[in-house]
Write a protein that binds this ligand. Structure first.
Ligand code: ATP
Ligand code: MG
Length: 426
């Protein structure tokens, strides 16, 4: 029998039972982009290798180790695209879409990087990318971030946090580079092999290192954010003010430099703690120099790309948790409380059909009932015992949070559950 041919390591089929999840995601995003006035662009999967070397940078992980590069039959050096921004800029210049114009664009499709395959890291993966050309001000940076925030909301994703940094102008960056190199030279004995090499070729990337042994030394390194030029500073302040006004939370991470050379000023990442090491689900920033670097007229630009596989797997994890989670376990102690408790529970179910509440049945001590409450995974135990019944109250015990127990009146129960659910659905 002939040997079975299998798919390439790190490159996956989307099977029929799974494709609906991709389609649902794509439908949400398509609608969202249209609502913000962005138009789709579709680029080829294969480009000249040169394009990526000149944009992403010769001394980056992608170009050094990850690209699928081959010779065409006529001898041209070609690469499967490892990301979309370079192709998008190439297309924009080639078709005269950029000079003196504003373009709001998006694309969606497979990217290729020869990385070590693991959960959340594949050799063919999918990015959804957004690029805005022709706007130099922080308002567009804010818009891009707000699009992401709205997308998480529409998808129902929770607990994704935003990290921000600014890399300053190319002038500030090169001044800072010298300061950083001086500092790193004082700690050569702590640098690993990769970092020693980067110190020579691309010192900013040393900050990007994930090596825990270098963590403390890098935390103490002079931060770029303390050496900013006035213009970058003002832009960054305006971006932060816009995000504050829109109620989008963020933290500043001075070590966020991004793995590609073309970024300047604003950079950002959206990160989750629920996917292990592959926690960055979306990343982007400003790249004002790239259009000119690739032969076009100088055009400001900013964008982001998100990893579709990581988003879908986070959604799956959270939906699974959601499906299993119980909001309330109602403890009832004694006959009178059992009768009153069932009645209260029915009233609450009328008002909150989506509430997941288990009413304890079958009696037993408070200890044994609490044990069942804990096992159910409920966030809150509501207790109705003789004392509570006398005072027309319930005791609230928080099972997963370090919060003191409180009492609420029967009349206040509806309001309490409303607030609890609002908090939970944030
Ligand atoms: P990482 O630090 O995880 O390697 P990156 O900085 O190389 O990410 P970007 O080039 O910024 O990633 O790509 C944008 C997004 O694409 C990432 O945030 C991630 O969600 C996704 N992504 C990148 N590489 C892969 C991969 N090999 N497999 C799956 N998703 C990926
Ligand atoms: Mg990478």
């Amino acid at each position: 029998m002939s040997k079975l041919i299998k798919s390439i390591r790190g490159m996956h089929d989307v099977l029929p039972d799974d494709s609906h999840r991709w389609q649902a995601f794509e439908a949400v995003i398509r609608q969202l982009m249209t609502s913000y006035g962005y138009k789709e662009i579709r680029m080829p999967l294969v480009e000249s290798t040169d394009l990526f070397c000149r944009s992403i940078g010769e001394v980056t992980d992608i170009v050094e180790k990850e690209m699928y590069t081959f010779e065409d039959r006529n001898g041209d050096k070609l690469s499967l695209r490892p990301e979309g921004t370079a192709s998008c800029v190439r297309a924009g210049i080639q078709h005269g879409l950029l000079y003196n114009q504003i373009q709001r664009l998006w694309y969606n499709g497979p990217m290729f990087r020869h990385e070590r395959p693991q959960k959340g890291r594949y050799r063919q993966f999918h990015q959804f990318g957004v690029e805005a050309f022709g706007i130099a001000t922080a308002d567009i940076d804010a818009e891009l971030i707000l699009i992401c925030a709205r997308l998480w909301k529409q998808l129902g994703l929770k607990g994704v946090r935003l990290e921000l940094n600014t890399l300053g102008s190319s002038q500030t960056r090169s001044e800072y580079k010298q300061i950083l190199v001086e500092y790193l030279n004082l700690h050569l004995e702590l640098l690993d092999e990769d970092s020693l090499r980067r110190l020579q070729t691309n010192p900013l990337r040393v900050l990007d290192s994930k090596n825990p042994a270098m963590r403390q030394m890098l935390d103490n390194a002079p931060a770029l954010i303390d050496h900013l030029d006035d213009e970058s500073c003002q832009q960054f302040d305006k971006l932060k003010a816009s995000l504050d006004a829109a109620g989008v939370e963020y933290s500043i991470n001075p070590r966020l430099v991004r793995g590609l050379d073309y970024y300047c000023k604003t950079v950002f990442e959206w990160i989750t703690d629920e996917l292990g090491a592959q926690g960055t689900i979306c990343a982007g920033g400003r790249y004002d120099g790239l259009v000119e670097q690739l032969g076009g007229k100088s055009t400001p630009a900013a964008g982001f790309a998100l990893g579709v596989e990581r988003i879908l797997s986070l959604l799956e994890v959270q939906q699974e948790q959601q499906a299993q989670s119980i909001d309330i376990y109602l403890l009832l102690l004694g006959d009178a409380c059992e009768i009153k408790g069932l009645q209260l529970a029915e009233q609450i179910r009328d008002l909150h059909p989506e509430l997941k509440m288990i009413t304890h049945c079958g009696g037993g001590s408070i200890k044994s009932q609490l044990k069942k409450a804990d096992k159910s995974g409920a966030k809150i135990a509501l207790i109705l015992a003789e004392d509570e019944l006398k005072n027309e109250q319930l005791t609230v015990k928080y099972l997963r949070e370090k919060k003191h127990q409180i009492t609420i009146s029967f009349d206040g129960l509806n309001e309490f559950i409303k607030n609890m659910r609002a908090l939970h659905n944030r």
